[in-house]
Design a protein around this ligand. Sequence first.
Ligand SMILES: [Zn+2]
Length: 395
Amino acid sequence: MATLLTNIGELLTNDPGVGEGSPVGRLRDAALVVEDGRVAWVGSAARAPDADERHDLDGAAVVPGFVDSHTHLIFAGERSDEFEARMAGARYDGGGIARTVEATRAASTQELREASARRLRELRAGGVTTVEVKSGYALDTEGEARLVDLAGEITGEVTFLGAHVVPREFAGRRQDYVELVAGEMMARCASAKWTDVFCDEGAFDLDEARAVLVAARAAGHGLRLHANQIADIGAVGLAVEMDCASVDHCTHVNDEDLERLAASDTVATLLPGAEFCTRSPYPSARRFLDAGVTVALATDCNPGTSYVTSMSFVIALAVREMGMSVDEALWAATRGGAAALRREDVGRLTVGARADLAVLDAPRAAHLAYRPGANLVSCVWIGDLGVVTTSVVNS
Ligand SMILES: [Zn+2]
């Protein structure tokens, strides 16, 4: 069945070949035809073809569904007390992860499933149509396998993050833990698509991270890296060396890192929710973009340092605090996220792509940054699932 969405005030396609030649591929007074979960036609509303079903969007803006390429959605408990302490001046040092590990280990599978489903509903209500989900709050073999399985109920973009931090019971035996992660634990989490490592001061060093990534590659996983959030320990260079699909955070980078990234297929995923929630200085996205680096924006939804499920909030921060134009931020939250997951079928509204899109209660997509705090997503459409949410108020 073909469905026509017409009278779209502003449509962002992320096809630079249409509209005025901008990377976001902007069309005004546009229409789009969805058939079998895919985009079948895009163009001017005046020339739209007939379809079995027709929706008049009354001048609303439509954007590709957001691709949130970095979340830690599955966890138990919360850490608002740490947030309050940081806002009163305490520094983030990565130590609080152990508290979430304790709560997650103690939670039943059903509790974890329900808590994650609530967060997924929030993400979707805000326009996220593709989400990456990491394990990393169990840090033992069976527990990580449970989180990988739960993530697999939500998405195909499942990431094994056994190398999140060294758990307490391995204090003084770091090497043993790295071997466990790279060996038995990874084998047990083989169904994941990706492996990620937190490579930073207070987490895993370069050699430890490399050992896990090498094992992950041998296991057939794609690679990702949490890098240089707390300090520049050279982790961006490692991500490029290992051809990671994405290097995430990059709060601290040097010019050489930027040159290496620009010459690589590694996307820099910036997570301004983390700087917001830890009151840290934001990295300059402008610096990355001017160096020719591909940039993605993601929520980093996690209970410690970025309990954020709103991609529009992330876009607003990127525009206000990191030097991105609105179009650059919208591209980074859609096509950029898709590139960080090495996906061609999402993050764009071009013929043949998945029909994943968000209809806004606004005439222009810029309202996502211009009206921070309001959820302007009135309807979310995900490929063959069709309309999955029609308003936050009713969902
Ligand atoms: Zn993260």
